[in-house]
Ligand binder design. Sequence first.
Ligand SMILES: *[C@@H]1O[C@H](CO)[C@@H](O)[C@H](O)[C@H]1NC(C)=O
Ligand SMILES: *[C@@H]1O[C@H](CO)[C@@H](O)[C@H](O)[C@H]1NC(C)=O
Length: 545
Amino acid sequence: MLIKFLLTVTSATVAFSADHGTYKNCSRVEFCNNLRSRTPSDDYLVDSGSVSASIDSNTLTATLKSNNGGSDLTLTLSGLQKNTFRVKITEVDFMRYELQDVLDGEPEGLNFDDVQIGDNSVTVTTASGSNSATVTFSPFNIEFVKDGVTEVLFNGDRLTVVNNDVTAPFSFGVTFPEGLQLFGIHEHCDSVALQNTEPGSTDPYRLKNSDVAFYELNSPMALYGAVPVIYGQGPTATAGVFLHNAAEQWIETTNNQDDGSQAYFMVEIGTLDVFVLLGPSPTEVVRQYTQLTGTAHLPQLWALGYHQSRYSYESQDDAKEVASNFDSYNFQLDVLWLDIDYTEKYKYFTWNPSTYSDPVDLQETLASTNKKLVTIIDPHIKVEVGYSVYDEALANDLFVKNANGSVYQGLCWPGYSSYMDFLNPAAREYYGSMYSYDNFPGSTPTLAGIWNDMNEPSVFDTSLENTLPADGLHFGNIRHREIHNIYGFLHTMSTHQGLLARDNGERRPFILTRSTFAGSQRYAAFWTGDNTADWPYFMPPSRNV
Ligand SMILES: *[C@@H]1O[C@H](CO)[C@@H](O)[C@H](O)[C@H]1NC(C)=O
Ligand SMILES: *[C@@H]1O[C@H](CO)[C@@H](O)[C@H](O)[C@H]1NC(C)=O
């Protein structure tokens, strides 16, 4: 959905680069600006009398005393299966939102088989002693060792945890002593090997899902997806950390051949909940990550074929002509895609009565030559009394709200739109049910897949970086800033559940999504958004590492 975007939104500033006026750099984001310039200092030490850990349990707890007037913290360190540990750090006197739905089930614990509590440290081991975590009390830090090799250091001097009425940012740092090169923290338009963002030659890598048309090459700017896992790779060992948190975050990266590579996470809000993945091979470390967040199902055979998707086929006659031309000229075509013009006034789950008056005929025509159809369905719902999806979602309280509790409305393709609150299980259930053959009249099994677009979510409001207001309210009075990066994930979760139900659980859903988070692989494939058909977008230049 590129062309219309340009015409309606950025017509004054069309240029082949992202708009730095709209999308902020670190110095314009208060928590990033503050945390980036913080000098490492030992603000916390472990209260040795508070340490609790025993064999036949998988959890160590301890209190971290603040020596700068901040809240005391609770450290929880758990042993997990598959050479993984989990570290949570939260205030003793402040509640933080804990992310739901992202993990592919509750991770399986692994009990400690040895616990050694000393004067200035405690060491717990798992897997018959091949994995260990040593918490040093003063100065506070945690060392993770696998088979005698220190693979990850949690740097206590980079830990900050603060909260105020509006927000509650935190930071932490990790070192991969054996990691010569960092990888991960997708999605950025950059080389696979991450660059050095320290000491400030460029911004840190940003994770804040954004609708960024014409994004820049070789840039740490945020794109449509966020996967907060980073790997430190080296010849001796490859390890990783996965931050289970869907708020906006920035990551300072330093590749270092001598002392190991470092990553410094600066996070707007939510819980410091980190999984430490001890590899030690690149394959094992990725398996450890997918054990937590899941794997993709096999693609449908037809989904591996030739797909034709252009903005846009204005009518069913256009669409049929394109398909029949493929046949006439003997080009293989397996799937035809429809962008938003098939709908009536961009109301999803409808067809335009004048230009797509007979969608069943279109699908029968495609099916007669063994082709499938995919249609776009976005998360914004046109504000229009009489449009049943709008009326029902409003009546059942399924939309995102403003901070004052009224239903939020923002501009998108249909004009004023409200946004499904996918954090609400009832909204996921309702929206998913709209995919049924009854609720989406004119759909048949030939409509074999769904394209979920605009789900960062995108709102045409440059003053808000083109997304929902950070203080908007979701189900359970959760602020949008707490869950921003999983909005698209939850959208596809709802679509997946709806398509499974539509076909009585007998077909694997095919979903293409623009916005992603860790775990999105369980529900959808993704594409790279609105770039240009130019070589560097296929293959960003490699860096010397
Ligand atoms: C951040 O963006 C603002 C506005 O575009 C610009 O004036 C400033 O120079 C930028 N700062 C850095 C460090 O790039
Ligand atoms: C609630 O907030 C929205 C967005 O700021 C505003 O447009 C609306 O007028 C407010 N409603 C009330 C009742 O204050």
